[in-house]
Design a protein around this ligand. Structure first.
Ligand SMILES: [Zn+2]
Length: 244
């Protein structure tokens, strides 16, 4: 049976003093080693647009398919992560929080998690133009969708897609739930599907079985924590954590 592992990253670099989410920072050396391992091992990192085409056409997946995803759209993804993607020729997908672009991670309380810059639209466009990166939506403002009204959730889901398509000039087919909240909620998933997204991503660990259909549930992902040794990364790709 084919499985589709999907890696989940957030930030690339060194955590700022006071960060309580330090394990969401992966160092450039770690990212380089992990993506280099994928490359050397014959994995095929896919863009969202490529996944969309394969799912829509029923054509076979490339050998050892995998998605490398980054949540939130931090400027360090562009400044530090993008050069590594280019050096290795690895494709990746980034989930943007539309209202925070060119600003900062305003959904975090800066008392507990320092604000850092988010990538600008021009940085996103440059990454898209490279052919190595494409984008999905991570809402307008990064709310926990299970804790806002359905009307507000609808706006977060629909408006972000509309604006990203306008700003980037491409179809946006991927949606990731902030905090993974809503990935198992049928009403919210129906809003995502109704808004025109082709697939959705949660944070539940594991790999997704192929073939996949929307009814199969949101894609699972594997959080790659900062500071973990490379052997753990290799092991997680090879073994048990991928089991549903
Ligand atoms: Zn997020």
């Amino acid at each position: 049976m084919t499985r589709l592992p999907i890696l989940m990253y957030h930030r690339v670099g060194t955590p700022p003093v006071g960060s309580k989410l330090a394990d969401l920072w992966v160092s450039p050396d770690e990212l380089q080693a992990q993506l280099g391992y994928l490359k050397a091992g014959g994995w095929s990192p896919m863009l969202f647009s490529e996944l969309r085409k394969v799912l829509a056409s029923g054509h076979p997946f490339p050998p050892k398919p995998i998605l490398v995803t980054f949540d939130d759209g931090y400027a360090n993804n562009y400044e530090t992560g993008f050069p590594i993607l280019k050096r290795l020729g690895v494709k990746a997908g980034i989930f943007l929080v539309h209202e925070t672009m060119g600003r900062h991670n305003a959904w975090h309380d800066p008392a507990g998690e320092p604000w850092v810059p988010m990538m600008s639209l021009s940085q996103a466009r440059e990454m898209q133009d490279s052919g190595l990166v494409d984008f999905g939506s991570h809402t307008m403002r990064h709310p926990r969708l299970t804790r806002v009204s359905l009307e507000e959730a609808r706006w977060e889901i629909e408006e972000s897609r509309r604006r990203l398509e306008k700003d980037l000039g491409r179809e946006i087919s991927a949606f990731a739930y902030p905090y993974g909240a809503g990935a198992k909620d049928e009403k919210l998933r129906a809003l995502v599907r109704g808004a025109g997204y082709a697939f959705d991503f949660g944070t539940r660990p594991g790999a997704t079985r192929l073939p996949w259909a929307f009814e199969s549930g949101a894609f699972r992902r594997l959080l790659v924590p900062g500071g973990a040794p490379l052997w753990r990364f290799k092991l997680s790709l090879a073994l048990e954590p991928w089991r549903p």
